[in-house]
Design a protein around this ligand. Structure first.
Ligand code: ATP
Length: 811
């Protein structure tokens, strides 16, 4: 009765499920739930357990009182209450995502293997890990080189072609020709990028949310496949070259993670080859460590920031960390930056000059001073970035929801991506045309080595907007950071900033592989520079301090921080990428303020997208209010369990009829009369282990004891794609035999039924659990908790009222 949270029952939920939820949430209200079912006058056949609620039956039971009102009402359609909340993507947890098992295997056969291999083996494993990290670093670095080299050349080809046409057409008054050529090239490139995503949808977007979920313990389908790598790398090349407002840095993180996942397993299921080495690493736990390193190596290559890579993995990516892993990750990041650096220096024709690492290079900020009186200004810049970042996230969220609802057919997605590509060109063209008389002397541009475009400018001068539009976003950011004072007109900057903000917001989420780092930097750099120009105009005597370039850097940092809500890693990435440790403190201030301001309004960009995909993601900590909930409130019961020596028929039947991935194993005290198993808890056995036992016919007769143990390698054989139970066919004789589960079951952690949610939460987060068995005082199994059960509970803050919301799990 004291339950005060919203309970959202999703459209399509069965009455049985509704009753189960209500029963579990409102202590002891099962009776009422049934009464409620009948009292709202469902016709008798509609109350049947298999009945599925119809569209209009989406109901929110806000409080026990409102439940009461349902019980007493005669209204057959009580759902029109003002409390009604419609379930959206964020209000649901998807049942499709399986969890990963990051716990150490504590089975008898695992112990036997460790004993057999001995201490020497442990040392060999460490050496092997270093070697794998080296390979991950090298391969990620090489992929980064490939991406950069291809993007640069495709962009160069495109712009030189359009630029030539533009310059000839200026005199011949045929401006539509370069315009059409530009649109044509961009649309073709973007279309290729889009088709690649239709081929492998997991490569859509930056990939950071997916990698983050994987490292958190959620198995995102296809996320580490070779197909995803191909779609990601080629996709980002065509998306960036096609002129979209996207960057290539985010996708590099996903690419690094895939490379790491592949190399560490010594096999490729897609290519159907197996080197038969590195079998030891074919577990979720080991693979996770390599994937963290791969993601960090991706950041390191993208920004030339090895320390930034480690910190990124720590702050944003990896949910589980330890000291040794930090060293491994650092090594992989360093190798990746180094590889990129060496190869790029050779490509650029000065082999051995390693002074410009990273895919992006912001150029050095030398001797840029700042004074104490600028500190309030840094805070203001941070606040602006926080607000703009939150606004960006909110708009993009709405757009993504709109897309989910209305642009969900393949042909619509393709049309949208074409539309975005065309709009980007039209807008760029209009920007150039609109500012065609804004000219500057060419000397400064030559120093910056950027493409210049003359348009209607006199000889020796160039069009300012042209340099932003006709260069890659990286070049544009660099120009904004380092151009001389007075290079840009404030109005042009403002218009550019607004337009680019809208374009980026629209672009992130269309079917291309795209990063958000560079577009955010570009938006921030343009309004930051504007702030610098204003300060410079207001206080002309302090020219030295109010440098627009410096404020462009702070604006960029602020926008990035306000969108992504990272502080430590972004600060280090920006310091490493600008090469100026002196500006470290202001950057940190700006980033922290931007994060705090943004957090006041909404969540970080990637967290929002994770929530939108209904992923059972576990945040760093459970909310303090969750002390109200105990294991009894969140567990599932009754639990489907197995005996230590279980009949093959029973195992087969359970696997065919239940979709769960873990089953507690209990000892033999079976009460045959009531068919209730009241045995004490012994361990947990996973679905794939049972399937392997059935597949390998690891059976015994009842009076027999197990002699032929399966080994750990037998279970790793089919990792990570275990065969389904449907692939197993058993004879009648085999079904009558038994399986001895004792050597294979994992001696898992248990929790008492009175444990609170925060305690259970920290066990899941700290130990990387997949299943947690709830036991009573007699060590009998009373319930089962999985990550979905935990992720279901969220704090909601509405109109100053905080409550716990329980999400439904969709099936
Ligand atoms: P995972 O998704 O982690 O691979 P799973 O498939 O075993 O694990 P979930 O899909 O998370 O489990 O479970 C969905 C619901 O089923 C949860 O509410 C969970 O508590 C419940 N559940 C899981 N295992 C059992 C079981 N052996 N018996 C009864 N309920 C279970």
């Amino acid at each position: 009765p004291d339950f005060d949270g919203g309970l959202i029952i999703r459209n399509g939920t069965t009455v049985e499920h509704v009753c189960r939820i209500v029963h579990r949430t409102l202590v002891d209200q099962f009776k009422y739930a049934l009464v409620w079912g009948t009292s709202v006058k469902f016709s008798p056949q509609r109350v049947g357990l298999s009945h599925v609620l119809q569209n209009e039956d989406v109901i929110c039971l806000h409080t026990y009182t409102s439940l009461n009102s349902y019980i007493t009402t005669d209204d057959p359609h009580p759902r029109t209450s003002s409390n009604t909340t419609f379930a959206t993507g964020e209000k649901l947890l998807s049942g499709h995502y399986e969890s990963l098992d990051y716990e150490c295997d504590e089975s008898e056969i695992a112990h036997m293997e460790e004993k057999r291999l001995g201490y020497q083996h442990t040392r060999r494993i460490v050496v092997l890990k270093w070697l794998i990290m080296l390979l991950i670093g090298i391969c990620t670095g090489l992929i980064a080189v490939f991406v950069d080299f291809t993007v640069k050349n495709l962009t160069k080809f495109k712009f030189s072609y359009v630029q030539n046409k533009l310059e000839t057409c200026l005199s011949e008054h045929c401006l539509f020709k370069p315009y059409l050529a530009w649109i044509g090239i961009n649309i073709s490139m973007v279309l290729i990028a889009g088709l690649l995503i239709l081929w492998e949808p997991v490569a859509r977007g930056s990939g950071i949310p997916q990698v983050k979920c994987y490292l958190n313990g959620v198995a995102i389908p296809h996320v580490l496949r070779l197909k995803a790598l191909i779609a990601k790398v080629l996709g980002v090349i065509f998306a960036v070259s096609g002129g979209l407002a996207v960057g290539k840095e985010g996708p590099m993180i996903h690419a690094g993670a895939i490379v790491a996942g592949g190399i560490s397993q010594g096999k490729s299921t897609s290519l159907k080859f197996d080197l038969h080495i590195l079998k030891y690493f074919r577990t979720d736990k080991h693979k996770r460590d390599f994937v963290s390193a791969g993601a960090a190596a991706g950041v390191a290559a993208a920004f030339g920031a090895p320390v930034g890579g480690v910190l990124f993995a720590l702050e944003e990516g990896a949910s589980f960390f330890n000291q040794q892993l930090t060293w491994f990750i650092f090594f992989a990041s360093m190798t990746s930056t180094f590889t990129l650096n060496v190869v790029m220096s050779a490509i650029d024709g000065h082999f051995g000059d390693l002074s410009s690492p990273g895919l992006i290079n912001f150029g050095l900020f030398k001797d840029t001073p700042y004074m104490w009186f600028e500190l309030p200004l840094f805070i203001v810049v941070g606040c602006i970035g926080g607000i703009f970042g939150a606004l960006f996230n909110q708009l993009n969220l709405r757009l993504t929801k709109f897309r989910h609802h209305y642009i969900n057919k393949r042909w619509l997605l393709v049309i949208e991506v074409i539309l975005v590509a065309a709009t980007t060109v039209v807008v760029a063209f209009l920007l150039i045309i609109g500012t065609m008389y804004e000219c500057r002397p060419i000397k400064t541009q030559l120093e910056l080595n950027s493409p210049t475009i003359q348009l209607y400018c006199p000889d020796g001068q160039y069009n300012v907007m042209g340099t932003i539009v006709f260069s890659t976003p990286e070049q544009a950011v660099r120009n904004l950071f380092h151009s001389e004072i007075g290079t840009y007109y404030p109005w042009s900057l403002l218009v550019f900033c607004i337009i680019y903000f809208c374009l980026t917001c629209w672009t992130y989420g269309v079917i291309v592989s795209s990063g958000l780092f560079i577009p955010s930097l570009l938006i921030g750099a343009s309004w930051g520079r504007l702030v610098g120009i204003v300060l410079h105009t207001l206080f002309p005597s302090n020219v030295k301090y109010f440098d627009p370039g410096k404020y462009a850097l702070f604006g960029a940092a602020s926008q990035l921080g306000g969108t992504m809500r990272m502080t430590i890693s972004l600060a280090v990435i920006l310091i490493e990428a600008t090469g100026d440790i002196g500006l470290g403190l202001p950057i940190m201030i700006v980033l922290t303020v931007a994060k705090l301001t943004g957090d006041y309004f909404n969540e970080g960009f990637f967290d929002m997208h994770i929530a939108l995909q209904s992923v059972p993601f576990l945040p760093w900590q459970s909310d303090i209010f969750a002390y109200q909930l105990s294991a009894l409130n969140i567990m599932s019961a009754p639990v489907i369990q197995l005996k230590t020596v279980e009949k093959v028929e029973n195992i087969y039947h359970i696997l065919r009829t239940e979709s769960h991935h873990g089953f507690p194993v209990v000892d033999h005290h079976t009460d045959e009369t009531s068919n209730q198993r009241a045995g004490t808890f012994q361990g947990i056995i996973l679905r794939h282990q049972l399937i392997t036992m059935l597949r390998k016919r690891n059976f015994i007769s009842l009076n027999d004891s197990l002699r032929d143990y399966l080994t750990m390698d037998d279970f790793r054989e089919s990792y990570p794609r275990h065969p389904p139970i449907e692939s197993i066919h058993l004879t009648n004789e085999e079904r009558e035999l038994y399986c001895d589960l004792r050597p294979y079951m994992h001696l898992a952690y248990t929790v008492s039924h009175s444990a609170t949610l925060p305690r259970i939460f920290s066990m899941f987060r700290g130990l990387g659990l997949r299943h947690l068995v709830v036991v009573n005082d007699k060590n009998e199994v009373v319930g089962m908790i999985t990550r979905k059960d935990l992720a279901r509970f969220r704090m909601t803050h509405k109109k100053g009222h905080t409550s716990i919301e329980e999400l439904a799990i969709s099936h």
